[in-house]
Write a protein that binds this ligand. Structure first.
Ligand code: PEP
Length: 245
């Protein structure tokens, strides 16, 4: 399948910087689909820069409800309305900073699907969990709890992001990534059937131009979710260019 390289811009950048970054990506990449996820306030401006081109635009979160008294929140319908096609859900920073549980992520993903957005659901173990030998069971449990019915048929995407690898410059070994991705594929195929063989499984956590090729060569790694390196257009494009021909 054609890989997806997704950029999570987190809470970075002025409006002008976001537009300039988007302009640098406008041509897309030869061997991968690209997705950028700016902060909510820059979504419309980034979408305007990228409209009609190959690069998709997504958000970093949405609320589980379609509307209502939820100060500071944004609904999936609102995101769709301003041109987003994807939404990252259950990122470990949201799980940690906002206490998001698997049940919350599940509800948000259901709202995203109902609005016609493609959810990118993040899972991953902490360092303590990995050291305790629990990485596979944690990820399997998060997948089961966070992913709603209909996810695979709608083209939902999963990102394996070990918490300890995010923004640290550390990554699991390629064998460790391959093992978790194989486990995720097995779990999804077990639940959703053969269709889940086409579900994109991204790796995220300190992906950079220098380690991307090795990661993309692994079985069941169908792209990357990139944080820090997605803030520099040349680095993000270099990661996408590392997809094997
Ligand atoms: C992320 O937060 O989704 C991420 C992968 O960050 P980084 O690439 O900076 O580790």
């Amino acid at each position: 399948m054609r890989p997806l390289v997704a950029g999570n811009w987190k809470m970075h950048g002025t409006l002008r910087e976001a537009q300039a970054l988007a302009e640098g990506l406008r041509g897309g990449a030869e061997r991968a689909d690209l997705l950028v996820c700016p902060p909510f306030v820059h979504l419309q401006a980034v979408e305007a820069v990228l409209r009609g081109g190959p690069v998709a635009v997504g958000a970093q979160d949405c609320h589980a409800k379609a509307k209502g008294a939820h100060t500071g929140d944004v609904s999936a319908d609102m995101l769709r309305d301003v041109g987003a096609t994807h939404v990252i859900l259950g990122h470990s920073e949201r799980r940690a900073d906002h206490g998001e549980t698997d049940a919350v992520v599940h509800a948000k993903a259901g709202a995203a699907l109902a609005a016609g957005l493609t959810p990118v659901i993040c899972v991953g173990e902490t360092e303590a969990q990995r050291l305790a030998g629990e990485a596979e069971s944690v990820v399997t449990e998060q997948l089961a709890g966070s992913i709603p019915d209909g996810f695979v048929a709608a083209g939902g995407i999963v990102a394996y992001e070990p918490v300890w690898a995010i923004g640290t410059g550390r990554t699991p070994t390629e064998a460790e990534v391959a093992a978790i991705h194989a486990t995720m594929r097995k779990a999804l195929v077990g639940r959703f059937g053969e269709a889940a063989k086409a579900t994109r499984l991204l790796y995220g956590g300190s992906v950079k131009p220098s380690n991307a090729a090795g990661l993309f060569a692994l079985p069941d790694v169908d792209g990357a979710l990139v944080g820090g390196a997605s803030l520099v257009a040349a680095d993000f494009l270099a990661i996408a260019a590392a997809v094997p021909a």
